[in-house]
Design a binder for this molecule. Structure first.
Ligand code: SF4
Length: 413
C-alpha cells in the first residue's frame, strides 16, 4: 500500500505521519481557541485519513503520535504587521518555534518564523492571497542585498513548521479583509491560493523537509493546494535543482513551479552579490536549467532584482539575453515551437536596512526593460507595490514590513 502510494506520488510515509500528527494537535489547539465548523471538518477528514473516526479518543491516535516521534503543536501567531497596499492589506506574521540542540540553544529558547500573506487582484477583479513561507530561520546563502542574510542560518524548519504557516494563515489570522475559510464539496476553500517558498531561507538547503511539507499542502484530504499553485524559489543551488528535477518526474508533482534568483548574468558580479555563484557558476546553473524536465507548458521564472550601479547597464541586459538563449533555444528546437521557456521577472531593488544601494528610479527600470525587449527577452515588470512584496527571494516586504530586529529571538532567562 505504501509503495503503491509512493508510485502514485501520494504522501510519503514520513509526510503522512507528520500530517496526521500535525492536524491531530491542530484540532486540540482549535478546540480551545477557535472552535468552528471548518476546523471540525478538517479534523474529521484527518481522522478519516488516519483510519480513525470523528469519535476517536486519545488512545486511538495515529501510532506515530502515540510513540511521540513527531510530537508537535501549532504555534500561535506571535506578532502581525499589517501594511496597506493598492491591492489590499499585506500581513506579515511570525510564529515561535523551539531552538534546536545546538550551541545556540544554550542562549536561546525560541526562534521565529516569518510568513507574509500578500493580496493580489486578478484579471477579473477578484482578490486572492499568496502565502510566502519560510523554510529556515535565517539563511546561510549570504546574498549581500538580503536582510535575512544578516542573520546567518540559525536552523532549518521541519515539514510541520512549514505547514503550520499555512495553517496559521488559513485559520488563525483573523481580520475583516481576510475571507473565512469554508468547506465546499471540493474541499477547503481558504484565503490562500498560492504558496511561494520565498520567505526566510534557501529551500534547496532544506529540500527534504520542503518536499515533505508540499506533500502535506497538496494532500486532497487536507490543505488541497494544487501543485501548480506552489513555487519553490532558489538562489541557484544546482544540487537542489537536480533533486527537484527527479521529484517532478513523479506523478502528481509535474506542475510544481521553479523560480531562480539570477540577479546578474555575469560571473564576477553574481559572485560578488551571491556567494552561491562561487560554488555553482552561471554555466552550471544554465546547464541545470536546460536539463530541467519540461511538463506541459512548464515555464522557468527567472527573478532579476535591478540594483543601481550593480547590474543595470545595457551590457547587463545583453548578458541576460545570452544566458537565456540556450535555455529557450534548446526548448524551442526540441518542440518546434517559438514560445520562450524562461521568463524574466524584473524587480526594482527594495533596499534592506543599511543598504549601500538605493532603489532604482522609474526611468532606469523602464530603460532596462526596453533593452531586454530589444533583445527578445520575455520580461515582465512588477508594477504594483503588492506584487513587489513577493518579488524575489531576499526582497520580501516593504520598508514597514521589514521592521524587525535583525535576529528576533527569545533569550532564556
Ligand atoms: S536572498 Fe534568499 S537565498 Fe539569499 S540570503 Fe536571502 S533568503 Fe538566503
Amino acid at each position: 500500500m505504501t509503495r503503491a502510494k509512493a508510485e502514485l506520488g501520494l504522501a510519503r510515509p514520513a509526510a503522512l505521519d507528520a500530517y496526521k500528527d500535525f492536524f491531530w494537535h491542530a484540532r486540540a489547539f482549535d478546540a480551545a481557541n477557535y472552535p468552528s465548523r471548518h476546523n471540525r471538518h478538517l479534523a474529521t477528514r484527518t481522522l478519516r485519513a488516519s483510519g480513525g473516526s470523528a469519535g476517536n479518543t486519545e488512545s486511538q491516535r495515529p501510532s506515530a503520535c502515540a510513540e511521540g516521534s513527531l510530537g508537535h503543536s501549532v504555534s500561535p501567531i506571535s506578532s502581525v504587521i499589517i501594511d496597506e497596499g493598492p491591492e489590499g492589506k499585506t500581513f506579515k506574521f511570525t510564529q515561535d518555534v523551539p531552538a534546536d540542540a545546538t550551541k545556540l540553544a544554550e542562549q536561546v529558547k525560541t526562534l521565529r518564523t516569518e510568513s507574509v500573506l500578500i493580496p493580489m487582484i486578478g484579471k477579473r477583479g477578484v482578490r486572492t492571497y499568496t502565502l510566502c513561507v519560510s523554510s529556515q530561520v535565517g539563511c546561510a546563502m549570504g546574498c549581500t542585498f538580503c536582510e535575512t542574510a544578516q542573520m546567518g542560518l540559525i536552523r532549518s524548519l521541519t515539514s510541520e513548521e512549514i505547514v503550520q504557516q499555512w495553517y496559521a494563515a488559513t485559520h488563525l489570522l483573523k481580520h475583516p479583509e481576510i475571507p473565512e475559510p469554508v468547506v465546499t464539496p471540493q474541499g477547503l476553500e481558504g484565503p490562500v491560493r498560492n504558496i511561494v517558498f520565498m520567505g526566510m531561507g534557501e529551500p534547496m538547503d532544506n529540500i527534504e523537509n520542503v518536499l515533505g511539507a508540499i506533500d502535506v499542502l497538496r494532500d486532497h484530504r487536507g490543505p488541497s493546494i494544487p501543485i501548480s499553485k506552489i513555487t519553490i524559489s532558489t538562489v541557484g543551488r544546482v544540487d537542489g535543482i537536480h533533486r527537484l528535477a527527479e521529484q517532478i518526474k513523479t506523478a502528481g508533482w509535474h506542475r510544481l513551479n521553479l523560480a531562480i534568483s539570477l540577479n546578474a548574468a555575469d560571473d564576477e558580479i553574481r559572485s560578488g552579490i551571491m556567494p552561491i555563484n562561487r560554488r555553482w557558476n552561471l554555466g552550471a546553473l544554465q546547464q541545470a536549467l536546460i536539463d530541467y524536465p519540461v511538463f506541459g507548458g512548464g515555464k522557468l521564472c527567472i527573478e532579476y532584482v535591478l540594483i543601481p550601479g550593480v547590474n543595470d547597464t545595457e551590457a547587463d541586459a545583453q548578458k541576460i539575453a545570452d544566458f537565456f538563449a540556450p535555455i529557450n533555444g534548446d526548448y524551442q528546437a526540441k518542440r518546434q515551437i517559438s514560445t520562450a521557456r524562461a521568463l524574466l521577472n524584473l524587480i526594482p531593488y527594495n533596499p534592506r536596512r543599511n543598504s549601500p544601494w538605493p532603489a532604482p528610479t522609474e526611468e532606469s527600470v523602464d530603460r532596462f526593460m526596453g533593452w531586454l525587449t530589444q533583445r527578445n527577452v520575455y520580461a515582465k515588470r512588477r508594477r504594483t507595490k503588492g506584487r513587489d512584496l513577493m518579488g524575489a527571494c531576499g526582497q520580501l516586504g516593504s520598508e514597514h514590513i521589514r521592521q524587525r530586529k535583525v535576529v528576533d529571538l527569545t533569550v532564556s532567562a
